[in-house]
Write a protein that binds this ligand. Structure first.
Ligand SMILES: [Zn+2]
Length: 377
């Protein structure tokens, strides 16, 4: 913008400023013209002749200003020019208002039409969807859950308020060290390997997977550095290990279970940990040990899985002191771990006053207010 005197470049500004006085002048002139019918005729004629001259042009040099309209009896041609200018003045704000109103009402009209057509399409789809087209597996799954609920109605443990079909739960089982290394080893006096942790872990892990699949859960058997672990999303993840074969010179025995150190003490990971610990201890004749190591609480997997996937790592026992159980009781170990996972998935959302057994399912539920798992996918 420049400070030049008013010229053709800013007709709109000028018009807006002088609009009020111009309209007032026009009203006054109209009243005067009504009093003199002959003059009004000539004004109209002049106006028609002038229309072609003034079309699309800015203000003409001869154009009178609003102030000069004080003259009592302006000549007819000057009146015609003034009349036309007023029309120009009046046209512009009207256009502006019209545009603003048009945008607003257009928006509401579009929104209304979209809502109306969405509702219409939804209604039509509902009418024309055949109930038979729903996946029979889904229907069967829902029926199974309903039957489960009815069967466990008399049991101590109440099921999750909104039951999720078992196949809709995903469980990850890491077979410790598999695909990476042997893990802990036991050797004889001459250095020959007698026992490898990786073999014990795999034997138990495959049994756990089989147990849970037999219960209709969706289960992934994972290697120690499985590429699927990256951002792994599941309802539970259990990593299965056995502890060192080292001779400490004293009896070192028992099973250890740890959740990720960074996870809350009363969250889902803690409940999964207590479920597995309680059920493992109930079946396997070993004491629970709390010799947590950094390898467990800061386990490399905890940095890779999805932040909402509950996880625990289990050291099933020491390969020296607990060797007999670790080499001969794989079915029992797998059964105990499976029960712990089922406790976590099936008894979530229940508040327990004392350890209780789900009589129909055969697992124990630890004493704690159990968090309700959030669906992750
Ligand atoms: Zn290990």
């Amino acid at each position: 913008m420049t400070d030049e005197p008013r010229d053709n470049q800013q007709p709109a500004e000028d018009n807006r400023e002088s609009a009020a006085s111009a309209i007032f002048a026009a009203i006054m002139r109209e009243a005067a013209e009504k009093a003199r019918p002959n003059d009004a005729q000539s004004v109209k004629r002049d106006l028609n002749e002038d229309e072609s001259l003034d079309e699309g042009e800015g203000p003409t040099p001869a154009e009178p200003t609003a102030d000069s309209d004080d003259a009592l009896d302006p000549p007819p041609r000057a009146a015609a020019v003034e009349y036309q200018r007023i029309r120009r003045v009046n046209r512009q704000p009207w256009h502006r208002r019209q545009t603003a109103r048009g945008t607003a009402s257009g928006f509401f009209r579009t929104t209304f039409v979209v809502l109306l057509s969405t509702g219409l399409v939804a209604t039509l789809l509902t009418f024309f969807t055949n109930p038979e087209s729903i996946n029979p597996a889904v229907v069967q799954g829902l029926e199974l859950v309903e039957a489960d609920l009815l069967a466990s109605a008399g049991a101590v443990v109440t099921a999750t308020p909104v039951a999720t079909p078992k196949w809709n739960y995903r469980i990850g089982i890491i077979s410790g060290h598999r695909g990476s290394d042997s893990g802990a080893i036991c050797t004889d006096g001459r250095g020959r390997v007698l026992l490898q942790e990786v073999d014990i872990n795999f034997s138990v892990a495959t049994r756990v997977v089989a147990n849970l699949k037999a219960e209709n859960y969706t289960v992934d058997l994972l290697d120690e550095s499985d590429p699927r672990i990256d951002n792994y999303q599941a309802d539970a993840l259990v990593s299965i290990h056995a502890n060192t074969c080292q001779d400490f010179g004293e009896l070192v025995t028992g099973y250890i279970i740890a959740k990720p150190e960074a996870r809350p003490d009363h969250g889902e990971d803690a409940f999964l940990r207590e479920c597995v610990a309680l059920n493992y201890g109930a079946l396997v004749p070993l004491q629970r040990s709390y010799n947590l190591t950094d390898n467990m609480t800061n386990y490399h997997v905890w940095r890779m899985i999805h932040p909402l996937t509950p996880g625990v790592i289990l050291e099933m026992g020491y390969m020296l002191a607990d060797q007999e159980i670790l080499t001969t009781q794989h079915d029992l170990l797998a059964h105990a771990i499976s029960n712990g996972i089922r406790c976590f998935l099936e008894a979530s959302g229940a508040a327990q006053d004392a350890p209780s057994a789900n009589r129909s399912a055969g697992y124990l539920v630890p004493v704690m207010v159990t968090p309700t798992p959030s669906r992750r996918y």
